[in-house]
Design a protein around this ligand. Structure first.
Ligand SMILES: Nc1nc2c(ncn2[C@@H]2O[C@H](COP(=O)(O)OP(=O)(O)OP(=O)(O)O)[C@@H](O)[C@H]2O)c(=O)[nH]1
Ligand SMILES: [Mg+2]
Length: 352
């Protein structure tokens, strides 16, 4: 919704991102924030192995304009914004829940659930149009008896049923025979959602109706004050902490948003760390292998992959470093097919 607090939250994220000098970026667009995903596990690992510094993995946040009713027809530049959402992996849905009367509400009153439903209706209608078109095309392919097309057709029919009842496509599992069905559809309502209730200063309670709605939608919800977060992000760390304590807001709302968004991606984190280089955190789709992990780090490592030395982050910390870990026999040698686990510390051996 317009004026919900998206740009305020975005500005807070941007300030947080700018603060971390060490992130790999090439261009910065005005509506793109590259935000570090801090991870206490890597801090311990880096300290243990004596890494010179830490380079955090990052998430890109895009700020878009508010959707108004009719956006799926192109109302208020709606289609372009819907196209922006289509390219993302996760939607962060900011909903106004604060009651500051100086901030105009486009509907004239504060009602988070109504606003959520207005926006969701637009997403559902946009998906409905796409799904009908896609079904027509896939049905033609399915007539030839193609198994993937048949599975996709059946999936699309179930998705359409959901959408016609105003429900998101998220609830319909994508068939194994057509794993790219949701991507092919460019579905908006199949994407994971994090609701961010923009609440009054000093509160961190997700309104009950937003919490219930999120739960019913297989989505997650957090609460923060976008204005406070934006102000805090401008301060130096010690000042920000003192102000946080004064306001009674605990963990940084931003950290919460970043962590929850990362969790929704269903990606795992793995680390590289030794004394000679900065320690890094990386992400990888759950279920992928040491060979894929090598490709995340460098294409040369993947091409010349020989083996990976792997250890869980906690084992490495408890052993006091690699030498200790070798003595204890807890370092493992793994081949390219090893499925990487969340929190693994990996050293790739490769022929350049
Ligand atoms: N009191 C209060 N005001 C807020 C808060 N968050 C945002 N605002 C104010 O609400 C107004 C709109 O905030 P934005 O962040 O620009 O809203 P937006 O969602 O980006 O709006 P559009 O880009 O128009 O869709 C601004 O005047 C903000 O200062 C908040 O947590 N508390
Ligand atoms: Mg804005």
């Amino acid at each position: 919704m317009p004026n919900a607090g998206k740009s305020s939250l975005f500005n807070a994220l941007t300030a947080a991102g700018a603060e971390a000098a060490n992130y790999p970026f090439t261009t910065i667009e005005p509506n793109l924030a590259v935000v570090p995903v801090r991870d206490a596990r890597l801090e311990q690992v880096a300290r243990t192995v004596g890494a010179s510094q830490i380079v955090w993995d990052t998430i890109d946040f895009h700020d878009i304009a508010g959707l108004v009713a009719g956006a799926h027809h192109g109302e208020g530049l709606g289609n372009r914004f819907l196209a922006n959402i289509r390219e993302t992996d996760v939607i962060v849905h900011v909903v106004r829940a604060h009651r500051d009367e100086r901030v105009v509400h486009p509907e004239g009153s504060v009602d988070p659930l109504r606003d959520i439903e207005t926006v969701e209706t637009e997403l559902v209608l946009a998906d409905l149009e796409q799904a009908e078109r896609r079904l027509e095309r896939v049905s033609k392919q399915a007539r030839g008896g193609d198994r993937a097309a048949l599975a996709e057709q059946a999936w699309l029919e179930r998705v359409l049923e959901q959408l016609r009842q105003g429900r998101p496509a998220r609830g319909v599992p994508v068939p194994e025979e057509a794993p790219n069905a949701a991507r092919e559809l460019g579905s908006l309502t199949a994407k994971p959602v994090l609701f961010v209730a923009n609440v009054d200063e000093g509160s961190q309670e997700v309104p009950a109706e937003v919490r219930a709605h999120a739960a019913a939608q297989q989505a997650r919800a957090v609460a923060l004050s976008a204005r406070i977060e934006a102000e805090l992000a401008e301060l130096e760390a010690p000042e920000a902490e003192a102000m946080r304590a004064e306001l009674g807001t605990g963990e940084s709302g931003l950290e919460l948003v970043v962590r929850e968004a990362f969790a929704l991606l269903d990606e795992i984190a793995f680390f590289t760390a030794d004394a000679a280089r900065p320690a890094h955190s990386w992400h990888l789709r759950r279920g992928l292998t040491a060979w894929h992990a090598a490709g995340e780090i460098h294409s040369d490592m993947q091409r010349g992959f020989v083996r990976a030395e792997v250890i869980g982050w906690r084992e490495l910390v408890e052993a006091g470093g690699y030498a200790g870990a070798r003595e204890r026999g807890v370092m493992r040698l793994e081949g390219r097919g090893y499925e990487v686990a969340d929190g693994d510390v990996i050293t790739v051996k490769f022929t350049p």
